[in-house]
Design a binder for this molecule. Structure first.
Ligand code: SF4
Ligand code: SF4
Length: 279
């Protein structure tokens, strides 16, 4: 389950629709049949066919008229508001699958802990049903927020992107001190923890950056392994559909060979490693 809102701004994020906490309109040009219904119906003159993302965001008040009248579904809403009870009702529909697959619920984002009070109630509901809970997190929040969540969490998939704080600040916009401190705290808790590292060419695909991440993970109590995730561009069109710029358009994905080299380097450091989280 994806929860909206994230305090970080990683330029490679493949879920840009999850960064903002509020609902947003997404335009998909591949589905548009040029019927012009959206421009006719908009009460705020906020549809502009000259824009790649189609919507003039500062004029739009999210009335949803264009989405409701776009029969080809070229316009859609990203993000819905719902209560804890409503979401647990939806999750409950798959309960047989969770039991048979030995699986459970993964809360992701955005940053799953951005709406931490809401997440806490969801987690309690999951545990009341006996479901396994996993949280995918980038770790940037006060320690007290994490403390509340830990007793209801079975597994953290914890992003560590860079150990050098200067490089972290320069590219991601915030210091990593809190992220690394929270990683230590989560790893020492009752929950399991897997480190996840997106491999971004030119940012953290060099030997030094990878070695530092592996050494940090080795020092974490109870860490299971590092999953390295190759950067990809599957989210690029979503940026345009939201009327945003994609900053990574000149960056290619790392080769399989490069990923294997990084994996080998991490394993040599003494910690298990997978590419993509499954092997
Ligand atoms: S209503 Fe939908 S299909 Fe018609 S022009 Fe607008 S976006 Fe395209
Ligand atoms: S959501 Fe409403 S205001 Fe925004 S573009 Fe669509 S019709 Fe116009």
């Amino acid at each position: 389950m994806f929860l909206k809102g994230c305090p970080l701004d990683c330029p490679w994020c493949s879920n840009p629709e999850s960064k903002d906490k509020d609902p947003q309109i997404m335009f998909n040009p591949n589905l548009c049949i040029d019927c012009k219904k959206c421009i006719e119906i908009c009460p705020n003159n906020a549809v502009d066919f000259n824009l790649r993302g189609r919507i003039v965001r500062d004029k739009c008040n999210l009335c949803m008229e264009c989405v409701d009248h776009c029969y080809s579904k070229a316009l859609s809403i990203e993000g819905i508001e719902g209560s804890v009870e409503e979401l647990l009702f939806e999750l409950n529909k798959d309960r047989i699958h969770y039991r048979r697959s030995n699986g459970g619920i993964t809360f992701s984002g955005g940053e799953a802990l951005y709406q931490s009070d809401f997440l806490l109630e969801l987690l309690k509901g999951c545990k009341a049903n006996g479901w396994h809970t996993t949280i995918e997190t980038a770790g940037y929040y006060p320690k007290e927020t994490l403390e509340k969540i830990i007793p209801w969490t079975d597994l953290f998939l914890y992003d560590i992107k860079m150990i050098d704080d200067g490089k972290h600040k320069k590219v991601i916009g915030v210091s990593n001190k809190r992220i690394l401190a929270n990683a230590k705290f989560a790893a020492a808790s009752s929950a399991d923890l897997v480190v996840r590292t997106p491999i971004i060419p030119g940012f953290n695909d060099d030997k030094e950056s990878v070695s530092e991440i592996a050494e940090f993970a080795l020092d974490l109590k109870g860490v299971k392994r590092i999953d390295i995730l190759p950067y990809h561009r599957l989210g690029e069109d979503k940026y345009y559909g939201l009327g945003q710029k994609y900053q990574m358009k000149d960056i290619e994905s790392p080769s399989n060979e490069k990923m294997e080299q990084i994996k080998e380097l991490i394993i040599k450091k003494g910690i298990d490693c997978t590419i993509g989280g499954v092997e």
